[in-house]
Design a protein around this ligand. Structure first.
Ligand code: HEC
Length: 294
């Protein structure tokens, strides 16, 4: 879970006065100075600030349907493919998965194929230069910081993207990593002899849950671990687990968890399959590696 105090600090332009022989004028620290890491299988490729990116990639204005706010928004943004070309070279096209790590612990893991079939952009400002924040309806109307980079999609004409909900739209992105899912998240995979239902549940969990939650120490650090050492299926009654997934605020007032998006086709079946996966993982506990917990 992100800490509201540190989040507020990101909004403030810290003013530091450095005094040596001469007192320098105040040094402004802002989103523009945050180093965004680009990695290829854990190796650092580059660290770029927004000011660096501005000199490398041409920004555009993009109108999108803002899923977190349920209204249209216009952002200033860099085309994702152009940014990947500049940072990784054409090699990124051969990668399998891209993991985006956010300052609040969110960890979106998105297949490269999605970037080839849809146009993604990294927003860095609102079109009208208003503060780069938003009121996130999906997160109990919290006001959240969006910078340094916010991954958005040209979704106005795409039913598929609108149905995907907000899980592939990480904000506060500070690290972008090329990888393969199996090597990056070995502890999340279901047991080898798992049923087809459990495997489908695993794919849904990958898509809708792991950006916030960990299983066996792997996944996002924005919400509680769900499997290790005690699984949620061991202490939450089945009907309540369904409600946690579909309507979290019916369990806990002011819950920061968004319910499974209403737009998802066969939503009840998806929930059932996610629970089948969680049950299978409750008998597949793997001790988290230290480096998994970031
Ligand atoms: C955007 C982040 C986010 C996403 C996505 C998310 N959750 Fe959560 N979840 C939370 C947070 C935060 C909590 C902590 C309780 C709260 O704030 O209400 C939580 C709590 C829970 C709990 C209760 C855990 C406990 O021990 O009390 C369960 C179970 C759960 N989530 C399951 C899921 C499943 C399954 C999915 C995918 C369908 C999912 N969550 C998607 C943020 C998220």
């Amino acid at each position: 879970m992100s800490n509201p105090i540190s989040r507020n600090f990101q909004n403030i332009f810290l003013t530091v006065v450095i005094c040596g022989n001469v007192c320098l004028p105040a040094l402004a620290f802002s989103q523009n100075n945050i180093g965004i890491e680009f990695k290829d299988k854990d190796q650092n490729v580059k660290v770029l600030t927004l000011s660096d990116i501005t000199t490398e990639v041409t920004a555009v204005s993009l109108k999108t349907f803002e899923i977190h706010e349920k209204k249209d928004q216009i952002y200033k943004a860099y085309p994702a493919r152009a940014l990947f070309d500049k940072t990784f070279g054409k090699g990124w096209l051969k990668a399998e998965e891209i993991v985006f790590i956010s300052m609040d612990g969110y960890q979106a893991s998105i297949p490269v194929t999605k970037f080839l079939s849809h146009d993604a952009y990294f927003a860095f400002a609102h079109h009208d230069n208003s503060p780069f924040t938003m009121t996130n309806i999906l997160q109990n109307n919290e006001v959240v910081q969006l910078g340094p980079l916010y991954l958005i999609w040209d979704n106005m004409k795409s039913k598929v993207l609108l149905e995907d909900g907000a899980s592939d739209m990480p904000y506060q992105v500070k690290s972008i990593e090329l990888t393969t899912f199996a090597t990056r998240f070995p502890n999340l995979s279901p047991p080898a002899k798992a049923s087809a239902e459990v495997r489908r549940g695993f794919l849904h969990f990958r898509k809708y849950c792991m950006a916030c939650h960990m299983i066996n120490g792997e996944g996002g650090g924005k919400a509680p671990e769900l499997n290790y050492p005690t699984s949620v299926v061991e202490y939450i009654k089945p009907e309540y687990l369904t409600r946690w997934i579909e309507n979290p605020s019916s369990i806990r007032h002011n819950s920061l968890m968004p319910g499974l998006a209403q737009e998802i086709l066969n939503r009840a079946k998806v929930t059932k399959e996610i629970i089948a996966y969680l049950k299978a993982m409750s008998t597949t506990k793997r001790s988290p590696q230290k480096q998994d917990i970031r």
